[in-house]
Design a protein around this ligand. Sequence first.
Ligand code: M6P
Ligand code: ZN
Length: 185
Amino acid sequence: PPISPMAIAFDAEKLTLSPEGPTLTRRMSDLEGLFRDHDAWSAAASGDDPIVYTVVSSPVPEVERELPQSITTIMPGDTAGELWMTKGHQHPDHQGEIYLALHGRGGLLMFDGERTEWLDMLPGTIGYIPPGWAHRSVNTGDEPYSFLAVYPGGAGHDYGWVLERGMGSRAFRAESGVDLRPYAE
Ligand code: M6P
Ligand code: ZN
């Protein structure tokens, strides 16, 4: 059944939504095939298997014509220098999406299969993901990085697209914050 108009309380300090929908927790072991250094990934995944990010959702369902929201929080860290990040995905029907940075420092890496774009994401930055651009978020700082996402309910998540083609660039820790390197190197 369609859901009714509703107010969702956003706590800007705790970065929570109320009422709240499903929460997703991704640990290192959920990120197979994504970090460049497979051995370092494998050691971390089979060791303490840290939580890399969580996604809390509003109660708006991920179905066609609805407009769900979620707050993603990526922990600070790196795996052999490669900054902790989301898996990244493409939308099968190429819908757009918007992100609003809430806390910490991050980046929004986008790839359309040929071109790569990087947006610095500081609290207050709205990152626009145009149709057809795969997207991955990265924590470039030393505290948790959180952002709000708003996306078409039918957008879906094609993770295989990213496993097959990569994201064009990889983000490594650097003194200046981030060092973007070509995917293959
Ligand atoms: C944002 C949105 C979600 C996505 C989440 C984590 O909150 O884009 O749709 O699930 O980030 O990203 P990923 O699914 O790539 O792990
Ligand atoms: Zn998306």
